[in-house]
Design a protein around this ligand. Structure first.
Ligand code: ASN
Ligand code: ZN
Length: 348
């Protein structure tokens, strides 16, 4: 192992041509980002359809990675441009999410200590999912079969955010706390798009351009066109709830996330902009405070005030405490937090 940062070029499937921090070896390069973690480097591994272990780290002779398309192969050669494409998206997703947490929220990596993470791509065959594992502090991506490769930026940030939740609030992955855990990941997934693709993309989330209020919109296929989640109107997925009710806790966590996703959308964008604003709970004309403020309130609520068993009522209290820490009491930001939760039938 040498430790010589180099900057390569990647042709990604979902984010165009990107700059990648890599490690210069005596001969060639490896997909190891030495610039972000405190030590060791963030790596991307090729599982080549295995379901355990780490497989092989990606290497390349000329530091030009991927070809921007990702047709499915068996085996998946570590050095082929086609097979590298998933690795480019995974490496880019790690870079962007790491940078957003650092530059927008002041958090150093998943555990806050800058400990290295890694990604694994080409997991299993025809695997239509991605997941985060605490045991390795790593994110793993399937190639998809109904879906395209799971390596889109919003999915990458979603999975990384599970790690941050796990090392902070630790929201238990069932009932209402599980829905809040999923909402945190969907919110961060959306924010990563705004961060990377908006006009600024550096130290804040201003302005609110470049991203989408859906999850997984880039990985759909003609045979499977439904986006995974709609933050602005969660019920559009056919399963998620738009508002809190006593039976919310009975839903799968990917559906009980709906009300929190929607509250965050209202907090940021208000109830008079795009999106379906029909809700019997919706205060008339509520104003949004924008992604940057909304996300900083949410991050502080999650990391400072939520606990493993926090439910929706607790999330409201946590967000009210957070907004009071960050902004003047009873200002427009606090009013927006109250309204956003009232709009999903939590408090008034
Ligand atoms: N991709 C899913 C998620 O992160 C995997 C799971 O169901 N845990 O939520
Ligand atoms: Zn998730």
């Amino acid at each position: 192992l040498q430790t010589a940062n180099a900057v390569g070029t990647g042709k990604s499937q979902y984010s165009g041509t990107v700059a990648l921090n890599t490690n210069s070896l005596a001969s060639g390069f490896e997909l190891r980002d030495l610039t972000r973690p405190a030590s060791g480097g963030n790596l991307v591994y090729n599982l080549d359809h295995a379901t355990s272990g780490t497989g092989a780290i990606y290497t390349d002779s000329d530091n030009a990675w991927g070809d921007g398309v990702n047709f499915k192969e068996d085996p998946e050669p570590t050095t082929s441009a086609n097979g590298q494409t998933a690795a480019v998206d995974a490496a880019y997703g790690l870079q962007i999410t790491w940078d957003m947490y650092k530059n927008v929220f002041g958090r150093n990596g998943i555990d806050g200590l800058g400990s290295a993470s890694y990604a694994r791509v080409h997991y299993d065959f025809a695997y239509d999912n991605a997941f985060y594992s605490d045991s390795c502090r790593c994110v793993t991506y399937g190639d998809g079969t109904k879906l395209q490769s799971l390596t889109s930026l919003d999915v990458a940030a979603h999975e990384f955010a599970h790690g941050v939740c796990s090392t902070t609030a630790g929201l238990i992955y069932n009932k209402e706390s599980g829905g809040l855990n999923e909402a945190n990941s969907d919110i961060i997934g959306a924010m990563a798009e705004f961060y990377a693709r908006g006009a600024n993309g550096q130290g804040n989330l201003i302005p609110d351009t470049g991203g989408t209020w859906t999850q997984g919109e880039q990985i759909t296929t003609p045979a499977y066109p439904l986006k995974m989640r709609f933050l602005y109107k969660p019920s559009k997925d056919g399963h998620s709830a738009d508002a809190w009710s006593p039976t919310l806790q009975n839903l799968d966590v990917h559906y009980s996330s709906g009300p929190m996703n929607r509250a965050f959308y209202f907090l940021s964008q208000g109830a008079t902009t795009s999106g379906d604003t029909s809700s019997s709970y919706l205060p008339q004309g509520m104003k949004g405070i924008g992604n940057d403020k909304a996300a900083k309130i949410w991050f502080r609520a999650l990391t400072t005030y939520m606990t493993p068993s926090t439910d929706y009522l607790g999330a409201r209290i946590a967000n009210i405490q957070a907004v009071r820490d960050l902004f003047p009491a009873s200002g427009p930001e606090e009013v927006a937090v109250w309204n956003a939760f009232a709009a999903i039938n939590v408090g008034n």
